[in-house]
Structures are given as C-alpha cells and as structure tokens.
Design a binder for this molecule. Structure first.
Ligand code: NI
Ligand code: MN
Length: 227
C-alpha cells in the first residue's frame, strides 16, 4: 500500500509502494498542529513545495540539507533554496510535468501569492499545486488557491484531492465544495484550516456541502490514508 500521512495544515508525507518518501509542504517546526518535528521525518527522498510562503516552504531547507532530499518546486524557488545550501533540486513550472522514478509530478496553476526572503531582498514567486501520478493513482495537492474554473480540466485525473478549505487566504468551504464538483475526485481531504484563528473552519460543514459528490476524509495530524 502507498501511504499518505497528514501532519497538519498543508503538510503530508507520501510513502510510495517502491519505498520512496516524499514530503509535501513541510511546515513543521512553526506549525501549531504538527504531530512531528523536522528531525522526526527520517529518510526523505523528495520534498515538494507548492509556493514560497513560510507555511509551505517551512522546514524544506534544513530537512533537505540533512537528508539530501531533492527539492521539487518552481524554477525560482529551486534557485532560492540552492543559494541556501540545498544540494539536490529539480525545477518545474506551471503546466509542466516530469517523470521521476516514483511517478509523474506536474505543477498546476494556483491563484494566490508567494515570496521568499533572499539575502538581496524579498522576491515575489509564482504559486502552484501538484498533480502526482503515483502507484496508479492521481493525487492533487492544490496548494493555496482561490477557486479556479481551470480545475475542471483535472476531472478524470484525480483520485485523491487535497483541497484548502480555511477561507481568508484560500478557498473556503463553499468554493472548495464547488472545486470538488469540477474535479470529481473519489476522495477529498480538506487542508489548510484550523491552524490559526483566521482559518478556523469546521471541516464537518465542508463535508455537508460536498454531500455525495465525493468521499470526504477528515484527517487529524498523524492520521494515515492508505491507497
Ligand atoms: Ni500561501
Ligand atoms: Mn498557506
């Protein structure tokens, strides 16, 4: 079985059947919901970063330095982490994908912001999401995004959708439920809520809005979803 483990906010560990461990948006040390710290992740092969906000870039740099994991993100974020001593990185950009040994990773559009703090000042970066094809399943991590009509292009490609529902910075429950209608995944896992007061949204209300459109799996930090 492949295993998707939730660590709170937008952070997951994905363990594929071939033994590859992938961290997505490893916001751990400053994440009030995290069930583990950055030193507890063990071996990591790849780190996927949706965008350059601290609650997504998170502990990417120290974890990559320690584990030699390959950071996969936009070209600009890859250049940035390389200036911070990350040795292995693979640049992608929106709409492009690449076949890694564990499966395919494609970057998807997100309507949001993003920035990194370089030694020479602050740089705006383009946000995205990821469409993963691993172990014969399609997994979509939307990153931080508004509702986009473009999401309907994902229909038929997504078995498990990881969608922000926290409102304020991203889609709220209503818009996220509309995204579910467009994407038509088998399973949807709500993310990016409850971390702070601004995004303190009840996932059960989201489940009610989705109704029969998909199975809503509400994960607590530390929970594992096998597929
Ligand atoms: Ni963000
Ligand atoms: Mn965020």
């Amino acid at each position: 079985m492949a295993k998707l483990t939730f660590h709170g906010h937008a952070c997951f560990t994905l363990d594929t059947r071939d033994g590859t461990r992938i961290l997505i948006d490893p916001f751990l040390s400053a994440n009030p919901l995290a069930d583990i710290g950055p030193d507890d992740v063990g071996k990591v092969n790849f780190i996927l970063v949706t965008h350059g906000h601290g609650d997504h870039l998170g502990d990417t740099i120290p974890i990559a330095q320690k584990t030699d994991a390959t950071v996969i993100s936009t070209y600009e974020i890859v250049l940035f982490v390389q200036t911070k001593g990350v040795r292995n990185a693979h640049p992608l950009h929106i709409g492009g994908g690449y076949n890694f040994p564990f499966g395919r990773v494609k970057m998807t559009p997100a309507l949001h912001g993003g920035m990194v703090e370089g030694d020479d000042g602050t740089h705006t970066t383009v946000p995205g999401g990821f469409l993963l094809s691993v172990d014969n399943k399609g997994i979509y991590h939307a990153g931080d995004t508004a509702l986009l009509k473009d999401m309907e292009l994902l229909a038929g490609q997504v078995d498990i959708a990881l969608l922000p529902i926290g409102d304020n910075f991203t889609m709220g429950p209503d818009d996220a439920a509309q995204a579910v209608e467009m994407i038509a995944p088998g399973v949807v896992i709500p993310i990016h809520y409850g971390t702070w007061e601004f995004i303190d949204v009840d996932p059960a209300a989201f489940r009610d809005l989705v109704g029969d459109a998909a199975e809503v799996v509400i994960m607590k930090p530390g929970d594992v979803h096998e597929f």
